[in-house]
Ligand binder design. Structure first.
Ligand SMILES: [Zn+2]
Ligand SMILES: [Zn+2]
Length: 289
């Protein structure tokens, strides 16, 4: 079992070529999926259940590895705090270490963060990254700035849908991709989460040649930064298909980008959800040339 050493930052590890391989995302052809790398906890304020209950659930689901991936956001003006504060990162991390000790013979537990891109807060976000030797970092874009507040683009609640209409969907698409691109460039992370989540509430956004080009550019950047792409199974519940869409996965595979599978669990019984759909999906995508 390899974990990042305390005090080492990702950039150093990249230099020595030892980063990312710390958590092995490799999917073996024909193998059953036994790793779920996107699991939240009660500490983000919108998930339920003790961390130990997630571990128990992962063990009874037959997983060999699980990755907690808690929300970290800075400078977001939203009606509720849906993420961990800088101080709470330590509470979460230390509880995770205890569980790792307690359950170590049954399951490998990884502790990571889902970092919300906010371009004016890169320095503060890096501080959270460096606070603990996280096993993995997922990059996401959740909050669209709409003065004086932020809109959660991943949420299906009316709190967000009306302001989004006022903001303008086409404009949101532009800002979403611009921000992702700049964020991936600025922050060293392990994988990109729920890449096309904007289509959750707006399935009719047309994938124009321009949008396709943007998606391809971002995938090329993901590949250049040696990141993986997440297959997020919460999409099956939200829109009948994983995030991101299959054609994006096929494109990523052509570029040699590895996949990470995550359930985005916000309750213990969501661990490994829809994994039975992902196994044939990965086989299919990998068979595409
Ligand atoms: Zn997310
Ligand atoms: Zn998440």
């Amino acid at each position: 079992m390899h974990y990042r050493l305390r005090g080492q930052n990702f950039r150093d590890q990249r230099l020595f070529g030892t980063s990312r391989g710390m958590v092995n995302y490799k999917y073996d052809k024909g193998a059953k999926l036994k790793k779920d790398f996107h699991i939240h906890t009660k500490y983000c304020n919108h998930a339920v259940g003790e961390m130990s209950e997630y571990v128990e659930s992962a063990i009874s689901s037959g997983l060999e590895e699980m990755g907690f991936l808690e929300h970290y956001e800075v400078g977001i003006n939203y009606y509720r705090k849906n993420w961990l504060s800088y101080e709470e990162l330590t509470i979460y991390y230390e509880e995770g270490l205890k569980l790792r000790e307690q359950y170590g013979s049954k399951i490998k537990i990884h502790l990571g963060i889902e970092l919300g891109i906010h371009l004016s807060q890169i320095e503060a976000l890096q501080k959270g990254l460096q606070k603990h030797p996280w096993d993995h970092v997922g990059l996401s874009f959740h909050y669209l700035p709409f003065e004086p507040y932020h809109i959660n683009v991943c949420s299906g609640s009316t709190h967000n849908l009306q302001p989004m209409t006022d903001y303008g969907i086409q404009q949101a698409v532009q800002v979403y991709f611009d921000t992702l691109q700049a964020g991936i460039q600025a922050i060293d992370a392990d994988f990109l989460c729920h890449f096309d989540v904007l289509w959750r509430n707006y399935p009719d956004i047309e994938v124009t040649p321009e949008i396709e080009k943007r998606i391809n550019q971002i995938l090329e950047l993901v590949s250049k930064k040696k990141m993986a792409l997440e297959i997020n199974t919460s999409g099956f519940l939200h829109r009948g298909e994983q995030y991101p869409a299959t054609w994006i996965l096929a494109k990523a595979h052509q570029l040699g980008i590895p996949f990470v599978v995550g359930s985005d669990s916000h309750a213990p019984d969501q661990i490994a959800r829809y994994f039975d759909k992902v196994e044939p999906l990965i086989e299919f995508v990998m068979s595409q040339k």
